[in-house]
Design a binder for this molecule. Sequence first.
Ligand SMILES: Cc1cc2nc3c(=O)[nH]c(=O)nc-3n(C[C@H](O)[C@H](O)[C@H](O)COP(=O)(O)OP(=O)(O)OC[C@H]3O[C@@H](n4cnc5c(N)ncnc54)[C@H](O)[C@@H]3O)c2cc1C
Length: 195
Amino acid sequence: MFTIFDAEKLGVLWAFPKGKGKVNIGYAGEFKDAKKAFNELMQKYGFSGLKREKELGGVLPVSGPIKKAYADRVLVAGTAAGFIHAGVGEGNYLALKSGIIAGSIASKAISQNDFSISTLKEYETHWKNTFWKRVEAGVALYDIENFGVKFGITERIFDYPSDESIIRFLTRDVWGVARVLWKMIRLFRLNRVNR
Ligand SMILES: Cc1cc2nc3c(=O)[nH]c(=O)nc-3n(C[C@H](O)[C@H](O)[C@H](O)COP(=O)(O)OP(=O)(O)OC[C@H]3O[C@@H](n4cnc5c(N)ncnc54)[C@H](O)[C@@H]3O)c2cc1C
């Protein structure tokens, strides 16, 4: 597999071989017209002559979880709740995990015949304890990645970090400096293309 970080489009184009002369080529980035951006990148990097067998795409939230994933008679799981590792676009694990947690809380609500917010809010404690740091690390990685690509300094600031090292970076080793840098990147939208 290989990847290209594109500063102009502020996204990443990837390609990995699938055997029998086929290749999966994808693009992830922030665009109003993603298909147009994808076609331009295919042209730019010399892939435009390839025959396309199948095309698919979708939208992923990259700003972190919604404020409250519960309400009276409601629990929100998966992508709808913003449970995505934004840095790598991974959501299957978090969708399954939050679904399991939501299921266990729902089962408790059924056995108590109480579907009010006071019973369902336990969901928040569970999902936060289970994967909140992973989601936050994903948002931080996404923002810092875009910042690096935009200013052409990805290789100077990154040696692709694991979630653990991002969490350590933000919480322990150089807590203050790292967190202030991340907040400034977000505040001044240094991780976004002006368009
Ligand atoms: C192009 C792309 C590539 C991805 N690659 C990966 C990957 O490699 N690894 C990974 O971990 N994650 C990946 N993801 C993310 C992953 O697909 C999602 O995080 C995951 O599918 C979320 O599961 P979900 O059940 O929360 O939501 P979804 O899979 O989106 O399921 C929601 C379902 O609800 C249905 N629905 C919506 N509205 C209604 C309605 N009103 N009534 C009834 N049904 C409705 C939809 O049709 C859909 O079937 C990728 C996403 C995209 C878009």
